[in-house]
Ligand binder design. Structure first.
Ligand code: ADP
Ligand code: MG
Length: 256
């Protein structure tokens, strides 16, 4: 009897997709992540905000193991992060990441950028990879740019290609680290709109951004970080209208 119920529980898909428990990390003497406990459920959109240097990028980078942690645990879909090899490449595909600097392969066309990971990591055949790449490029509004090289595109277009490239891997979760910070103002909205649509489509997303309009309209939860700690978490309305901590009040008074 007991055994059956345990097995059932194991088989049930858990709502928790990304779970960080008591995560600590140092860069030398700097305690950059301090006792981070954070659970992201499937379909949730979490916006991470906080002053520069508070550890937001490092937090993102630990989740796809671009940085290792000193203590604690991180699981994706119930599994610990693999340390190396093909399993690590698959993890990085499962956890799509979009950076401030677009990080496209400069010597590959837009289409090739979106096909490459599918072929190398997901072992998708070339024809299917191209079909999917073209469909995704259409979806983010750059279908007509497929045969160009990244440098021939605007920043907003390049960032949308970067999003398509991550989506091509069928990620379980998407991490965005200040995806619009390097863009000219007139290009910010075209990227945010793609992200809004992704959120509406049910993608699980962790988004570091200073775009408070996006946070208000797309986030299920705002996580406020300062000095390597999560200081406050709340639904956007509550966070923006009634922040509890002095750190958050101070931060919001400077940016709003
Ligand atoms: P945020 O994204 O919130 O601005 P970061 O995670 O980039 O913060 O950085 C947090 C702190 O860690 C900063 O003080 C930064 O200088 C430091 N830091 C980040 N990466 C490294 C590194 N590779 N080596 C040493 N210090 C680092
Ligand atoms: Mg950062």
């Amino acid at each position: 009897m007991t055994e059956v119920s345990v097995a059932k529980e194991d088989a049930a898909p858990s709502g928790d997709l990304v779970v960080l428990k008591s995560v600590n990390k140092h860069f030398g003497a700097l305690h950059v992540l301090q006792d981070i406990d954070l659970t992201i459920t499937r379909g949730e959109v979490v916006v991470v905000i906080g002053p520069s240097g508070s550890g937001k990028s490092t937090l993102c980078r630990t989740i796809n193991r671009l940085e290792t942690i000193d203590e604690g645990s991180i699981t994706i879909d119930g599994k610990p992060l693999p340390a190396e090899g093909k399993a690590l490449a698959r993890l990085r595909a499962d956890v799509g990441m979009v950076f401030q600097s677009f990080n496209l392969f400069a010597h590959k066309t837009v289409l090739e950028n979106v096909m490459l990971g599918q072929i190398k990591v997901r072992k998708t055949d070339k024809k299917k990879a191209e079909e999917r790449a073209r469909a995704l490029l259409d979806r983010v509004g750059v279908g007509t740019q497929a045969d160009k090289y990244p440098a021939q595109l605007s920043g907003g277009q390049q960032q949308r290609v970067a999003i398509a490239r991550a989506l091509a891997m069928d990620p379980k979760v998407m991490l965005f680290d200040e995806p619009t910070s390097a863009l000219d103002p007139e290009m910010i909205n075209e990227v945010l709109e793609v992200m809004q649509q992704l959120a509406r489509d049910g993608m699980t997303m962790i988004v570091v951004t200073h775009e408070m309009g996006f946070a208000r309209s797309a986030a299920n939860r705002v996580v406020f970080m300062a000095d390597g700690r999560i200081v406050e978490e709340a639904v956007p309305d509550q966070f923006f209208s009634n922040p509890r901590s002095d750190r958050a009040k101070d931060f919001l008074s400077k940016i709003l």
